[in-house]
Design a binder for this molecule. Sequence first.
Ligand code: ME8
Length: 530
Amino acid sequence: MSDKKHYFITTAIDYANSKPHIGHAYEKVTADIIARYKRLKGYEVYFSTGTDEHSLNVMAKAKETGVDPKAYVDNIAVAFKDLCTQYKITITDFVQTSEVRHAKAVSEIFRRCFETGDIYKGTYEGWYCKSCESFYAQGELTEDNCCPTHKSKADLIKEDNYFLKITKYTDKLLKHIEDNPDFIQPETRRNEILAMLKSGFRDVSVSRPGLNWGIPLPVDHTQTVYVWFDALINYATAAGFATDEEKFKKYWPADAHIIGKDITKFHCIIWPIMLMSAGLALPKKVFGHGFLLNKGEKMSKTRGNIVDPVNIANVFGVDVIRYYFAANITNGSDGEFSEDSIILCYNTDLANDLGNLINRSLNMVEKYCGAKVPQYYETILDDKMKAIVEQAKQLHKVYGERMDVFNLSGSLDAAWDLISMANKLIEDEAPWNLQKNNKIHELETVLYILLEVIRLVSIVILPVMPDTASRIWAKLGVNYDEKTIIIDEELHFGKLAKGGAVAKGDPLFPRILDEKEAEKLKALKEKTLK
Ligand code: ME8
């Protein structure tokens, strides 16, 4: 194993009761951008996702389709793996909770908690929502006894369960959260969890009786492990818990769990307490992102308002959707998702701002400098040139600060500020006039600044739009490779070698034609998941 510093990042694992939807793609892209960024910072990244398979809905769906639950989930897992491939998600592991390695990890953690005396038998009487597989107190439901998240009817159940002593650990957990402001992010999620803990959090059921799809309790084979206790352990499974001690020592604790805001209670209260009870270290950070909304409502299969991630990426291109997620939705907040706003984002940010800058700049370098990177004369900078060079010199710092707190849109803003300045510089300096007036040093310096801005921007967008970045590199004639590039060395103004050959080639983002787009959208809507 290498001695490189390492970083273990995870997404949630998705319910295997239906095909992936756009919310799943959003979460995976968010985590992938962070994973790629960490690699550029020199980390060896372990990145896991997977499918959550022991749910009641899976059992019901398998029965409905007349197949064995295992065959059913294996088939769905393929769809999620394909989604990762299509969206260029650089995972290193995919955990299916029906795998043997996972059953080993779950049994071992259950056994440890049981032996610590933190799991006891009792009777649960109350509400249960099958959609989120959650137990609810009466007060948490809507007036007509519906789940607050899924708006579907909850079931009133009474059954013997094994319970985990959450109450034994709440003070310790509160202290941990207060002492480690980074543990739960963003701040709103942290405050929600603190409030939940302070208002009193009951012990939770960690088993269900009479189900034949799930991991049997090591201490009572009439019960299976409750699906959330089971699913949370996937992170330890990925790190090698109970199967590969050396790997687990290397990667545990996880550096970041990227999850949706609906499941922070599980990740920030139940999961840490399971780990405390089992004597394992807590993850360093849980980041609860927001929801993709459709007309103000969470997009979800239950509500029937979802978009098929496969089709939408086929229409617009994977890089465009990845950029749209990162630039348009503030990480941690909800964001509207609509085809119209994708078109707007494409036309303005990609075609107008970035695409135009590249096209115009390379055009001029071909025309005025024989398609060679020109010279840069620092002594002749005027105020406008100085301002953009100064801003470019700040980029490494600003970008790093924003990415380190997972502020993805902010990191792109830093690049787009430069792009705007560069487009403005073209208007202000009018290189065609500099050429006409034989101000060759000024002309070359302006064009060099433009090329440098494009190179710097290509590095910033690399984790977000990997294909676009490498297409820009081909145009600039730089021989970067995502696998070897080190951001701390390259994200500095002035590194572009003078005299290198550039090639304008095809425009990167030809502007979307409205008519053509309408046709594409129509086809897309017809294919949207029912
Ligand atoms: O919750 N916008 O699975 P899941 C953004 N199996 N994110 C969304 C979203 C939306 N509209 N809809 C869902 C589960 N997500 C459990 C997790 S982890 C140990 C077990 C996010 O398929 C959601 O918030 O319902 C969650 O983080 C992930 O997709 C999987 O959701």
